[in-house]
Design a binder for this molecule. Sequence first.
Ligand code: TNX
Length: 497
Amino acid sequence: MHVLPTPRRLEIRDGETAIPPAFTWRAPREGVRAVSVLEDRLTPHSRFRRTTGDAFLTIGLDDALPTEGYRIEITDTVHVTAADERGAGWAIQTLLQLLPAQVHSGAMLRPETMRWPRCIVEDAPHFGWRGAHLDPARHFLPVDFVLRFLDVMAMLKLNTLHFHLTDDQGWRLPVPGYPRLTTVGAWRPGTVRGKQTVEEVHEHDGVPHGGAYTPGELREIAEHARRLGITVVPEVDLPGHTQSVVAAYPELGCRDDITHPRTCWGISHHVINLTDEAFAFCRTVVDTLVDLFPGSPIHLGGDECPGDQWFTHEPTRALLAARGITTPADAQRWFEEELCGYALERAERVVVWDEVLEYGAPDGVTIMVWRESATIGRALDAGFDVVAAPCAHTYLDYGESDAPDAPLSLHAPRTLEEVGRFHEVWTGLDTDGLLGGQFQLWSEYLRTPELVEHFAFPRGLLVAEQLWLGGPGVSPTREALAPTTARLTAMGVRWRR
Ligand code: TNX
């Protein structure tokens, strides 16, 4: 029996228990969503019926278990004890992985294979932030794809989707009062052809690309995630990576000749200005995120902001001069203090990329480290909460292979073995403030949902495993991962064969 992430304890005993066609269950409120996930997978093999008496599946709560922890005992019947709602959900995911892979397929199930091994499982995650990141800003991702991706995340007990909603190349978030963001700001006239080797290219393929989510779609994504035990962390990248904003609202930028989002990759110098009007816009964006994703951490970017245009835009230059600010780094520090300060009063948690730490991070923010792995320790020492997303181990937009026939990527190879060494970045650190980590799927070259899946798996399995265990776990080979990739196949995931 292979379950991934590997449970803390999985003890298989003699015998099997057939899953009955009349499936009775009993659970407190915290277990209801979890049961509905199981019901989805076992229908039409079984008809589910809730009962208050004896049941085939019972779920109970025990707050002595560690957060997100659970215990399963399968005898003639199935007993789950969970720490909380998420723990109940993870127990269900383990129960599914104790069945043949076809249970993930949505197809008919051979009745004689619907049997659980008698067993005991005791399990809990090491880290509370086990994430995956999607980038619909560079290439738009349809809602249906995001919903299916969440199903895969749940199978891997990943509990955080970092959703990068805006960038130079496209703005996907509807913001009240700023309708041009999701018309002008969401559409670029084309995309650079092939691999971009210089910073700035103006030729493109002439194929308009874009899209934006409606508020209803974002709420649907957040609700589907919640049902699976996943929190959606929306990111709006500010103050850099904002050419799409400047195209939609030139008055928020530093120049008035930008007419469309960026058509090539790399970092745009066309960023928002730092006037009151721009701050008012940024505050509205924060309010919008808090409204659409109540209770979620929100991510405010902060990476790769060339602030040179702030010193050529007269109103911004004057504001900076009045504050005695003479460098882009100090200007960004002022921006982050203002905006993060506002956001921290409204959101549970405010996350920023590690550039913000370098410029002087506001108290109370969470640092997401993407560049040097060593910054994880430095940020922890400085007293910040930290999420580990180091490019050396978790940038899955870097290709697994650099073979001539491999799909185009920013950088390659980033091998299974390198991803399997992710845990080394926290080994030996005092990890009290380390919330966990995540893998990234930046989508400059991941042009389609198929390519996103191709880059995500199997390597993403190793990230899920290490975050759950807090250490190495399963060996980073395709053979060791085969039982889980078979489940991905059943789900229709186009992972890299
Ligand atoms: C760096 S990671 C970026 C992204 C790119 C990515 C490509 C980060 C905070 N910024 O804008 O998409 O590299 O790997």
